[in-house]
Write a protein that binds this ligand. Structure first.
Ligand code: ACO
Length: 340
């Protein structure tokens, strides 16, 4: 079977970041915090906040349209749309179905995938397998979040960390030797209570009491998540490198989930990776959950940090607990346009 497999990779990327910027100074007016604490403990200086009239599907569609244009593909070409999100417009219908309708992707299936901040990597892995088997030609994977709608703006432990945004990739076939080389997906459900949004579903249906206790917002044990995150960012990276028969020295660029600059720096140190090989934009966006990796990948490409044939690893972790990584040899699909 493996000999007949196709090679899957990214063939288009687009992002959308809301215009409204919320700085640490702005937060000082809202909760008992200060710019210095936030910068020193997290590396975050500002984050984007979605406009009042928009929801996650709106951000997702804007990123998706840009990704399709970059890929030179039409929405009718899409076979499947996966929206990776923890902050859907509503529990159902799925945000992916709203996106499918808005894009006019008439022949696409659509579903949401929720695996905490690892959702985008989980979705990318599913897309990879649909392309590799030849079952589908184009899968649209979108990481989109309105975290500002599910965090408690009175809780300084969480509200300073998150932001809104979206990133989308078109996954399709790429030439042999390029594309997704390996992946690693894991879960440790016993750590579920460490990051949870406890109320509003079957365990604790919404009630006056759950709302009064603010149980419909994100609750997190930051210190425990921190320790877990450093360990699994490194582990995911090493697993996918080994699976792809690559040595640490072969890794050209790491795109980590952007949750905290100190987590990223600690993981890079354990990997003995110089920070020039690690992308960070958390200072400007905060933690946009499922959107951090496509947002980071987009900016790394725009900055010329990634070239054709580079070995990349994307590594993340999140609520669940979940973690995962994907190794990829970058295919510069844009060169096809230059050739004509
Ligand atoms: N401003 C000022 N002080 C604060 C703030 C704030 N915004 N937040 C917490 N503090 C205080 C705490 O109350 C505590 O005070 P105390 O010692 O008097 O109790 C003190 O600062 C230190 O708190 P710690 O929790 O030990 O601080 P730490 O250095 O661990 O940083 C942080 C906290 C930033 C939350 C860190 O633990 C972290 O980033 N953890 C990982 C979180 C993460 O990655 N979450 C995303 C998961 S992905 C998903 O799926 C959603």
């Amino acid at each position: 079977m493996k000999g007949m497999m196709k090679q899957a990779g990214i063939r288009g990327i687009g992002v959308f970041a809301p215009e409204r910027v919320l700085t640490n100074r702005d937060l000082e007016q809202m909760v008992d915090t200060d710019d210095e604490w936030i910068v020193n403990r997290t590396g975050i200086r500002e984050r984007r906040i979605v406009a009042d009239e928009m929801a996650t599907s709106d951000l997702a569609c804007l990123a998706a349209e840009r990704a399709l244009a970059d890929a030179g593909a039409a929405s009718e070409d899409l076979d499947l749309i996966i929206v990776a999100t923890n902050s859907p417009d509503m529990l159902f219908p799925a945000t992916a179905c709203l996106v499918q309708d808005r894009l006019g992707a008439r022949k696409a299936g659509a579903f949401d995938l929720q695996a905490g901040c690892t959702s985008f990597l989980y979705a990318l892995t599913i897309a990879n397998n649909f392309i590799a088997t030849g079952y589908y030609k184009y899968v649209l994977v979108i990481g989109a979040e309105c975290m500002s709608r599910i965090i408690n703006w009175q809780d300084r432990n969480t509200c300073v960390l998150f932001g809104d945004g979206a990133g989308a990739v078109v996954v399709g076939e790429v030439p042999a030797g390029y594309g997704i080389l390996s992946y690693h997906l894991r879960s440790e459900g016993s750590g579920g209570p460490l990051i949870a949004l406890p109320a509003g579903m079957s365990r604790l249906p919404a009630s006056f009491e759950t709302v009064a206790k603010r149980l419909h917002y994100v609750h997190m044990n930051g210190r425990e998540v921190f320790k877990f995150a450093v360990k699994v960012l490194e582990e995911g990276c090493l697993k996918v490198l080994a699976e792809a028969n690559l040595a640490r020295e072969d890794l050209d660029y790491l795109i980590p989930h952007q949750a905290n600059a100190r987590i990223i720096e600690a993981a890079a140190k354990r990997l003995r990776l110089p920070m020039e090989k690690v992308f960070m934009n958390i200072d400007r966006y905060g933690n946009t959950s499922s959107a951090t990796i496509p947002l980071a990948l987009f900016e790394a490409l725009a900055g010329g940090n990634i070239r054709d044939g580079d070995n990349l690893v994307m590594s993340g972790f999140g609520a669940g607990l979940t973690w995962g990584a994907v190794a990829m040899r970058w295919y510069d699909y844009r060169k096809e346009k230059e050739v004509g």
